[in-house]
Design a protein around this ligand. Structure first.
Ligand SMILES: [Zn+2]
Length: 145
């Protein structure tokens, strides 16, 4: 029996409580980041915004989505400063992960490493900013506004 092509391998579709996508349909997220924009998706049918971006709406099951920029500031609602990290992230330590509330959606990510951990306060305004890493890769970080 031949092994299915990677594109056709849907085994992860069985994983977890809700549907789990086996391949991403939101690769444009990376193109937007390279252009300096943090984007996410919003459902055109029920107006629900998601982060990270989704290609399909889990509320109304529509695939009719549009890109929307994560702009302005969110309120810091939770954070944790890590002294231990998963393999591959050891050299980043210490770093802080956090959750920003943008009103009708929330963004999970890291606080900019240049930010003084002692100044982090619940409720502070932070922005989600596209960020180039020293090795040329990209991500996004939270910065004080
Ligand atoms: Zn929807």
């Amino acid at each position: 029996m031949s092994k299915p092509k990677k594109e056709e391998d849907v085994r992860f579709g069985k994983f977890g409580t809700v549907s789990f996508t086996t391949l991403t349909k939101v690769n444009d997220f990376i193109d937007h980041l390279q252009n300096g924009k943090v984007m996410t998706t919003c459902c055109k049918e029920c107006n629900t915004t998601f982060f990270p971006p989704r290609a399909d709406c889990c509320r109304c099951l529509s695939g009719n989505m549009q890109w929307r920029e994560v702009t302005g500031s969110g309120k810091l609602v939770s954070y944790s400063c890590l002294k231990f990290a998963p393999m591959g992230f050891d050299s980043d330590l210490p770093y802080c992960i956090a959750l920003l509330d943008y009103g009708n959606y929330r963004v999970f990510g890291r606080i900019d490493s240049a930010f003084d951990m002692n100044e982090i306060k619940i409720g502070m305004d932070m922005a989600t900013i596209a960020n180039e890493l020293p090795n040329g890769r990209i991500n996004y970080v939270f910065k004080k506004t």
